[in-house]
Design a protein around this ligand. Structure first.
Ligand code: DGL
Length: 267
């Protein structure tokens, strides 16, 4: 049985999980979110690297994971080379879908992501390489990440606030990249504000296809295991557990990190 680990700072990775499990319902899923250090979009580069490396490698050892999905753009733009060096199993990352967005745009591309993702050299390089002919309007927002967290816990999204946040790109782009895995969770509301002429693009389906190609084909018999771990007791835990039970996850368990003596680790 294949065991897949999905990692994010919060609930954004569930948007990626939903795409993967449509194709692979019967494999075992382990989800861990590092809510202790949330939001990742405001975390220093080295702190993020050390945390993700330590949490993911420990989860892989403890649960005999076969494949890791870093379902977080903010982390993927930093940690993939280190994780791939430290682990002997496939590590799939999520980065902003600039290339497909630019290829379907005829005006300009909007990149909605975390404040960290829009400033990353990795992202700048994606833009230089894959959106040469289309300008990219960038919008970094942590508040949008919080709004998605709240929506999964059952809160209604305030469209007036959303409209204010999206003002910098409204009317300027014909394609918008959801460059944070939290944002597909509020896709409908973002679409409502930007209007039906703006196409929204995310990386979820491409990641699911990639995972499917790496996993040995499994005959869907019954639903696989679905376990979820958090590095801190989550806010509004019962509301969150209710939402996760709809995706067939067991109640959230706490993850305790073992500390190794590492020089200069800044946790
Ligand atoms: N879901 C994450 C991403 O894709 C980050 C959210 C956060 O700022 O923690 O970038």
């Amino acid at each position: 049985m294949t065991r897949v680990l999905i990692f994010d700072s919060g609930v954004g990775g569930f948007s990626v999980f939903q795409e993967i499990e449509k194709r692979l319902p019967s494999i075992d899923y382990f989800y861990i979110f590092d809510n202790k250090a949330y939001p990742y979009g405001e975390l220093a580069h080295d702190t993020l690297l050390a945390r993700v490396n330590s949490i993911v490698t420990q989860m892989v050892e403890r649960h005999q994971i076969d494949l890791v999905v870093i379902a977080c753009n903010t982390a993927s733009t930093v940690v993939l080379p280190t994780l791939r060096k430290n682990l002997s199993i496939p590590v799939v990352g999520v980065v902003p879908a600039i290339k497909p967005a630019s290829s379907i745009s005829s005006q300009a591309v909007g990149l909605i992501a975390t404040p960290a993702t829009i400033t990353r050299e990795y992202t700048q390089e994606l833009i230089r390489n894959f959106s040469k002919s289309k300008p990219v309007e960038m919008l970094g927002s942590t508040r949008l990440v919080d709004i998605a967290e709240d929506k999964l816990r059952g809160k209604t999204v305030c469209l007036t606030e959303l409209s204010t946040i999206l003002t910098p790109i409204k009317g300027k782009v014909d394609v918008a990249v959801l460059g944070c895995t939290h944002f597909p969770l509020i896709r409908e509301e973002i679409g409502e504000i930007l209007g039906s002429k703006v196409q929204l693009v995310d990386s979820g389906e491409a990641i699911a296809r990639r995972v499917e190609s790496l996993v040995n084909s499994v005959v869907p018999t019954k639903l696989g295991k679905r376990e979820v771990f958090a590095t801190l007791r989550p806010k509004e835990e019962s509301a969150l557990n209710r939402a996760l039970s709809v995706m067939n996850f067991n109640p959230i368990q706490s993850f305790r990190r073992r500390f190794r003596i590492v020089s200069n680790a800044n946790f």
